[in-house]
Design a protein around this ligand. Structure first.
Ligand code: B1M
Length: 213
């Protein structure tokens, strides 16, 4: 049954069927399928396949946009079902997608997982300038600045953040974590980020590790 639902979820994203994607997400969550599993085994494989088709020029921007709309709607339903941890505050995180980049589906999943794991998250959204990350970190006395980048052309903003933090003498004050499809541990090492996370669940683990909480 689960396998069937995952297949249908994937199909709804690939065909850009937003209403179907919402229906599947709602029913699956009500039926007790955990949001993380529904995303990772159902909806995400759909959007990943769409990305590959787009790269191979087998589909074009309108289909990509429709699939993204379906994915976003389903992800919102999944995210809402992840309970926020009201009790603990294991640390304060400033989160956003970097300047020039409007991909925010994965970043929003990260937000849900961090909130569910007891972190207070200020989600700045997408297309966020480096200076805004730093200003908000000061304003909220944050522990961590977490940036998402989905484009090879916008990853550089993650390095700019490291450089600005160092120049301002703030590198020891705020820990940094980076993520997003083109990003990896090698990039984190190269730019001096404190952590890299491959997915939303490991983002929560890595932040706990770097804060020692
Ligand atoms: Co775009 N896009 N897109 N796109 N898009 C990619 C990234 C691309 C790889 C597709 C491809 O060609 N195969 C390609 C980039 C190529 C490159 O950089 N070399 C691309 C392109 C080219 C573009 C445009 C330039 C297309 C155009 O206009 N010609 C344009 C750029 C716009 C801009 O940002 N300035 C564009 C636009 C769009 C849409 C608006 C249509 C839409 C985004 C909608 C939205 O987000 N609101 C879109 C989509 C959907 C994609 C793909 C297909 C899927 C991204 C996604 O949502 N994945 C993507 C292909 C791909 O990634 N395979 C693609 C699902 C999501 C759950 O995964 O975001 O990776 P992800 O997040 C994961 C992990 O990465 C990690 O955890 C998440 C959950 O587990 N993670 C973190 C993410 N952030 C993290 C932060 C952390 C830790 C972990 O700590 C801080």
């Amino acid at each position: 049954m689960k396998e069937f639902i995952f297949k249908e979820a994937k199909k709804a994203v690939i065909t850009g069927d937003k209403e179907k994607a919402k229906e599947i997400a709602t029913q699956a969550i009500e039926g007790g399928i955990p949001a993380g599993e529904l995303l990772s085994d159902g909806f995400v494989p759909g959007i990943t396949e769409i990305g590959a088709l787009f790269e191979d020029e087998k589909i074009y921007l309108p289909e990509l946009v429709m699939a993204a709309d379906a994915m976003k709607a389903a992800a919102e339903i999944c995210n809402q079902s992840i309970p926020k941890d009201e009790v603990t505050n294991r640390g304060t995180v400033i989160l956003g997608t970097v300047k020039g980049d409007i991909h925010d589906i994965g970043k929003s999943i990260v937000e849900s997982f961090l909130s569910a794991n007891g972190f207070e998250v200020f989600d700045l959204g997408r297309d966020v300038p480096v200076d805004t990350f730093i200003d908000k970190a000061k304003e909220h006395n944050a522990d961590v600045i977490a940036t998402s980048a989905l484009l090879t052309t916008t990853m550089g903003a993650q390095r700019d953040l490291e450089d600005k933090l160092k120049a301002a003498g703030l590198k020891d004050k705020y820990k940094t974590i980076i993520g997003g499809a083109p990003v990896n541990q090698g990039w984190a090492d190269q730019i001096g980020a404190d952590a890299y996370a491959e997915d939303a669940a490991s983002a929560a683990q890595k932040i706990a590790e770097i804060l020692g909480v």
